[in-house]
Write a new protein. Structure first.
Length: 291
C-alpha cells in the first residue's frame, strides 16, 4: 500500500548520501518496485491477538514449515502511531533477507534501517548450508546477533556502518519485536485457510500521477480468512459443558495422524469465538500472554 511513498522518500534521501549509500538505496528501490506487495492492516485490529497466540506456543521465531509466498515480497502494516514495512528477499533455500523501514512522524518521511536481517526459516542458521555464502563476504565484526536468536543475524548494509553502530547502541531491542511482527505475518501466510485478494492500482489516479511526474501507486494484496466449516463455531459437547466464555484466536495444526474433518492437514488460524453452555452463566475474562 505504501510502496510508492517509500520509494519517493528513498529517492529524496539520496541527495544527502555518498555514492556507496546511494547504491544501497538504489538496490532497495529496485527490489521494492519488483516485489509482490501485501498490506496487513492495523496491528491493533487483530494482528496483536494473533501475535500473542503465536508467541505463547513457540520459544524461537521462524520455527515451523515457513516459506515466502513469492521470492520477493513487500509487507506493510500500521503500528500506531507508526507505519511499518518489511522488504523480504529470498536469497537461498530457507534463507531470506529482511530490511525494515518506518514512517517517521517528525520528519514526515519513510526511514529505512541500515540493517539487513538474515533469517533462516525452519532451521537454525548454523544448520543452513546456504548461509555460508554470506559469511564469505562479511567480516566477523559486521555480523551481530540481532536478538540473540539462532535463526537471525543482523548485517550492516554497505556504507552505513556509523548509523548501524548507533542503532545497536540505542535501539537494539526494537528489532526483536519487529521480527516477531514479521513472524506473525509468515504465520498467517502459511495457514491453509488464508487467501489473498488483489487490490488493483487505481488506473485514473495513476494516469494523473504520471502526468505530474509522480510514481504510480502499486497494486497490493490483502489477506482473507476463510472459514473451515461449521465446526469452527465450536459446538459444545462431552467435557465442554462449561459456562459460556470467549475463546481467543489461536493456531491449530492438523497432521496425517489427526486430520481435520478426517482428511485435511496443515496449519489453520481459528478466529476468536464463543463456546460453552449458558445454564451456568457467562465467564467474562481477559487473557494475558507472557513470552
Amino acid at each position: 500500500m505504501y510502496a510508492h511513498q517509500v520509494i519517493e522518500d528513498l529517492e529524496w534521501f539520496k541527495q544527502y548520501l555518498n555514492p556507496v549509500q546511494v547504491g544501497a538505496l538504489d538496490k532497495s528501490i529496485k527490489l521494492i518496485t519488483n516485489s509482490q506487495k501485501f498490506h496487513f492492516g492495523d496491528w491493533d485490529d487483530g494482528l496483536n491477538d494473533i501475535h500473542n497466540a503465536g508467541v505463547s506456543k513457540q520459544k524461537e521465531f521462524f520455527q515451523g514449515k515457513y516459506k515466502l509466498p513469492y521470492p520477493l515480497c513487500f509487507f506493510t502494516f500500521i503500528y500506531a502511531p507508526l507505519k511499518r514495512c518489511f522488504l523480504l528477499n529470498e536469497v537461498g533455500e530457507d534463507l531470506i533477507s529482511c530490511v525494515c523501514a518506518d514512517w517517521n512522524n517528525s520528519t514526515r518521511r519513510w526511514m529505512i534501517y541500515p540493517i539487513d536481517n538474515i533469517i533462516s526459516l525452519n532451521k537454525p542458521l548454523l544448520k543452513n548450508s546456504t548461509f555460508d555464502s554470506f559469511t564469505d563476504f562479511c567480516k566477523l565484526d559486521d555480523i551481530r546477533q540481532g536478538i540473540g536468536d539462532a535463526h537471525i543475524v543482523s548485517i550492516c548494509i554497505n556504507g552505513w556502518q556509523k548509523e548501524y553502530d548507533q542503532i545497536f547502541k540505542t535501539e537494539k531491542n526494537i528489532f526483536g519485536f519487529m521480527l516477531s511482527q514479521l513472524n506473525v505475518m509468515l504465520d498467517l501466510l502459511n495457514c491453509k485457510n488464508i487467501t489473498t485478494e488483489t487490490t488493483p492500482a487505481p488506473a485514473k489516479l495513476n494516469k494523473k500521477r504520471k502526468k505530474k511526474g509522480k510514481l504510480p501507486i502499486f497494486s497490493y494484496k490483502t489477506l482473507v480468512i476463510k472459514p473451515t466449516g461449521k465446526k469452527q463455531q465450536s459446538v459444545p459437547k462431552h467435557l465442554w459443558n462449561n459456562r459460556i466464555h470467549l475463546a481467543r484466536g489461536h493456531f491449530k495444526t492438523y497432521t496425517a495422524e489427526k486430520p481435520l474433518f478426517g482428511s485435511i492437514t496443515g496449519r489453520f488460524w481459528w478466529q476468536p469465538h464463543v463456546r460453552g453452555q449458558n445454564r451456568d452463566g457467562v465467564v467474562m475474562k481477559d487473557y494475558k500472554v507472557e513470552a
